[in-house]
Design a protein around this ligand. Sequence first.
Ligand code: SF4
Length: 71
Amino acid sequence: MAGTKIVRVRVDPDKCQGHSRCKALAPALFELDAYGNAKEIGNGIVPEDQLAAAHLALANCPEMAVEIIEE
Ligand code: SF4
């Protein structure tokens, strides 16, 4: 569809230190591994109603490990 952007979240595994703030703020978008490090759920696509949560997670990650990618 013209003009429709796909928005994804991604966690940079080299930067993530496992503070889990992203998971607390956007539990529908992030999951934690056994060490508490975060990863985007599935393909990371952010539904419209999760956009605000995605930006909140980005703003609150102390390691700046959360990325938002618009395609
Ligand atoms: S808030 Fe940042 S550092 Fe913490 S788990 Fe999420 S991505 Fe990793």
